[in-house]
Design a protein around this ligand. Sequence first.
Ligand code: NI
Length: 226
Amino acid sequence: MLVTIPDVLTAEEVTHIRRVLETTRWQDGRATAGDQAAAVKKNLQVPLDAPEAQDLGQIILRALGRNPSFTTAALPLRVMPPMFNRYDVGMTFGAHVDNSIRALPTGQRIRTDVSSTLFLTPPEDYDGGELVVHDTYGAHKVKLPPGHMVVYPATSLHSVTPVTRGSRWSAVFWSQSMVRDDWRRHMLYDLDMAIMQTRARLPDDDPAVTTLTAHYHNLLRHWAEM
Ligand code: NI
């Protein structure tokens, strides 16, 4: 399941993040990739321990906390601090799957169930640089306005096509979901969306609303791992 979430960041937050990133130090992106991914990865990123990466990451984590669409799509248990990356002309990231286990700054390990890319550059400012996510239904190309985000299963092969003009900046991060299985998360997401549509048409004490809502919570209770 691939979900795009508009306006995760406000225009002011995007401007602030871009302004800080303009003055920051970038390093070779292979520093954080596994062996196979490193061989196909050609980009730049802000070092994970850079203070500005941590400050900007907090802005994004706060924005996620106020975003119900992220919560229902990812059902997050733990969220990694975002990494900031950049693709200049000629840079690309070939097909790969992200590392399955990563360590939080506290040393605690998380399983990466859900990948997220938050776009930070207006699409008209660069050519190429599409995120391509492969699933059983084919390849999906994603390029979103700044402040918008795509969420997809971390089990998916994905790539970033070469940038041929301009520079593409984004934040990427992983979440461990309370529901590990993508198909179950997908069913819960569809059910949650259907409940919202039903609640828009029926009063909250309508038996259809009550029963569907109970069903959602009981499925989540059944499948959630913490
Ligand atoms: Ni990746």
